[in-house]
Write a protein that binds this ligand. Structure first.
Ligand code: MG
Length: 108
């Protein structure tokens, strides 16, 4: 998790320069637009993974690794949103996992 946090900080520093030092609110909107793009790419990857892509050449070239890459892209942008909003995602994930586990009557 520490490696991810460090990576996210470095990425945000780079993206802040790319977007010309946006305010936090502007930055969040940029991240949301990017997340939407990445979710679209993940949707396409899932379709290709289950053999339902519309373009045969994409189906032929598709590898399971591509699905992993698109999942990673969504997670990376979600982490950028959390960081920009000052949310400690590690703490939130622990809380959410406990909440879900409690709901199911299981323990983590
Ligand atoms: Mg992507």
């Amino acid at each position: 998790m520490e490696e991810l946090k460090k990576f996210t900080k470095e990425e945000l520093k780079y993206l802040s320069q790319v977007y010309n030092n946006p305010s936090d609110n502007e930055f969040l909107l940029f991240h949301m637009a990017k997340l939407t793009e990445e979710v679209g790419e993940l949707s396409e990857a899932v379709l290709l993974y289950i053999g339902r892509g519309q373009r045969k050449e994409k189906l032929k070239k598709f590898k399971k690794e591509n699905l992993g890459d698109e999942i990673a892209d969504v997670i990376i942008v979600a982490l950028q949103i959390a960081s920009t909003a000052g949310i400690d995602i590690q703490q939130v994930l622990k809380r959410k996992m406990k909440k879900v586990a409690d709901r199911r009557g299981s323990h983590i």
